[in-house]
Design a protein around this ligand. Structure first.
Ligand code: ACM
Length: 443
C-alpha cells in the first residue's frame, strides 16, 4: 500500500502511512469521528496566514478510527472531504495527514451565456467542485449571445435577450430565486458564487434589449456566432449609468466574496473610455463593500485587495505587473492550462483550440506563481479554471470537458504547483486511475 493507492484528490500537503490496514470502525456517516476544534493544527509553517490556518486540518487514523484537529469549521469540512474519499475503501491504514491549501481562491468559471446551463447543471458542477476542495463558482451571466440573469429593475434584459444562444439554441436565464438557491447550495458545500456581468464589451444582448444603450438608438440583433470584441457600452448616455447601477446593484447581494465586472476583449472601446466605464461598474460594487474582480485588461482600474484574473499570456502584461505592485491580487487562469473548453486533442468533437489543445498532463504541470516573467509570485492569490461554452450544450458535454482536468487544476490550487518533485505527475495520474476518472486523451 502506497499513499497513491488511497486515491486522494487533491493530494494532501503532508501524509504518512504509519501502520497496518484495518476495517473502518464506527458509523458510515462519520458522526462519531472525534473532532478537536479551536486547536491550532500542528506542523504548519511559521507565518502561515490566517485564512490558511482556518482551512488547515490534521487527520489521524488509528485502527480504523479517525480524529480531526482544526482551528475552525472550514478545516473540519476539508478534513471530512478527505475522510469521505478514504471511506470509499473498505479498509484503511493507520495514517497522519496534515493539509492546507496553498491558495485561498480556488475557482471554476462557467459560461452560461453562450449556451445556457441551469440550476440542476450547476448543482452537479458544485458537487464535483466540493469533492475537489474548490471554493468559488464564477458564473459568466451575460455575453453577446444571451442575457442569463433576471434584473428586476430592468426586465427587458431577460424578456428580450435570454431566448438565444450560439447557433440559435433555446437559451434560458436564472431568476433571482434561482441565484439565491445556488448561493444557498454553495454555502452547504463551502463554495461562494461569484456573479459576473461582462462590461463594457461582450454586451450585444444588452444592446439588443435596451435601445437607449445605443448612441443612435438602433438595436442590434442578438448575436449567434462566436466572434469576440464586437460590442461596447458607450459612456455619457443616461441609459448606460442606469444599466450599470441596476445590474451591479442587483448582483452585489449574491456575491459574498465579490462581483466580477468583466473587462475583457473590448476591442471597440477607446482606452480612456474603457477605463471610465470599468471604474463606473467597479464603483457600484465598491459602494456595497464587496471586492471587485475583473479580467486582466482592467488592470489600471483595480485597487489594492481587489482581484485581477489573468487569462491571456499573449497580451502585454505590464499593467498586470503594475497592478500587482499596488497590492491587487492575481488569480491565475492561463488559457493554455486551465481553459477547459480547449480540446483535449485535435481530433475531438467538443471544444475550441485557439489556446491550443490541453491534455490532462498540461492542465497539471504548471506553476501559478511563475505565471509569467516579472510578476511577483507573492501577488498570486488564486487559481481558477474556466469553461466557455461555444461548443458545449449539455450537462454530459460540460462534465466531459471538466473531468478529469478539473482535478488537475484543483491539485495545483491546493499544492501550489504541478511541477517540482520527481514523480509528481505519475502520482497524480495514479490517483486519477484509482478514483476511476482516467480517460485516454482522445476517445
Ligand atoms: C476571456 O476568455 N475572454 C476572458
Amino acid at each position: 500500500m502506497t499513499s497513491d493507492d488511497l486515491g486522494l484528490l487533491p493530494r494532501p500537503w503532508q501524509m504518512s502511512i504509519t501502520g497496518e490496514q484495518y476495517p473502518w470502525q464506527g458509523d458510515r456517516d462519520g458522526e462519531d469521528v472525534v473532532v478537536i476544534k479551536n486547536q491550532p493544527v500542528p506542523g504548519l509553517l511559521a507565518g502561515s496566514p490566517t485564512w490558511q490556518r482556518k482551512e488547515a486540518y490534521r487527520l489521524e487514523i488509528v485502527a480504523g478510527r479517525a480524529e480531526i484537529t482544526a482551528e475552525g469549521e472550514l478545516g473540519v469540512a476539508n478534513a471530512r472531504r478527505t475522510l469521505r474519499q478514504l471511506r470509499t475503501s473498505r479498509t484503511v491504514p493507520d495514517l497522519v495527514i496534515t493539509d492546507r491549501p496553498e491558495f485561498e481562491w480556488r475557482g471554476l468559471s462557467v459560461d452560461i451565456a453562450r449556451h445556457f446551463f441551469g440550476v440542476e447543471d450547476l448543482v452537479a458542477v458544485m458537487d464535483i467542485m466540493a469533492e475537489l476542495g474548490l471554493n468559488r463558482l464564477h458564473l459568466h451571466l451575460s455575453d453577446d449571445q444571451g442575457w442569463r440573469i433576471e434584473i428586476p429593475a430592468i426586465p427587458e434584459l431577460t424578456e428580450r435577450s435570454s431566448r438565444t444562444s450560439v447557433g440559435g439554441g433555446p437559451g434560458g436565464f436564472l431568476s433571482q430565486e434561482d441565484l439565491d438557491f445556488l448561493v444557498a447550495q454553495g454555502v452547504r458545500r463551502g463554495i461562494a458564487i461569484v456573479p459576473e456581468v461582462d462590461v463594457p464589451g461582450h454586451v450585444t444582448a444588452a444592446l439588443h434589449a435596451l435601445p437607449g444603450l445605443n448612441p443612435d438608438g438602433a438595436q442590434p440583433d442578438v448575436y449567434e456566432g462566436i466572434e469576440v470584441g464586437i460590442s461596447s457600452l458607450t459612456e455619457d448616455l443616461p441609459e448606460t449609468e442606469r444599466f450599470l447601477e441596476g445590474v451591479f446593484g442587483t448582483l452585489v447581494p449574491h456575491g459574498q466574496e465579490g462581483v466580477h465586472i468583466g473587462g475583457d476583449e473590448c476591442l471597440l472601446t477607446p482606452p480612456a473610455e474603457f477605463n471610465r466605464l470599468v471604474a463606473s461598474a467597479a464603483g457600484y460594487v465598491r459602494a456595497a463593500g464587496r471586492p471587485v474582480i475583473a479580467w486582466q485588461e482592467a488592470a489600471p482600474v483595480l485597487e489594492e485587495g481587489e482581484y485581477l484574473q489573468v487569462w491571456d499570456e499573449r497580451q502585454d502584461l505590464s499593467g498586470v505587473v503594475e497592478a500587482a505592485r499596488r497590492g491587487v491580487r492575481i488569480i491565475a487562469s492561463p488559457a493554455t492550462r486551465v481553459y477547459l473548453d480547449m480540446k483535449y486533442a485535435d481530433d475531438e468533437r467538443l471544444g475550441l483550440t485557439w489556446a491550443g489543445t490541453t491534455t490532462l498532463r498540461e492542465a497539471y504541470e504548471w506553476d501559478p506563481r511563475a505565471l509569467f516573467e516579472g510578476l511577483d509570485p507573492a501577488a498570486v492569490h488564486g487559481v481558477e479554471a474556466c469553461i466557455f461554452t461555444e461548443t458545449i450544450e449539455t450537462q454530459d458535454e460540460l462534465l466531459y470537458m471538466l473531468m478529469p482536468r478539473l482535478a488537475a487544476v484543483a491539485e495545483v490550487a491546493w499544492a501550489g504547483t504541478g511541477i517540482g518533485t520527481e514523480g509528481q505527475w505519475e502520482s497524480f495520474e495514479a490517483r486519477v486511475r484509482v478514483r476511476e476518472l482516467w480517460r485516454p486523451p482522445s476517445p
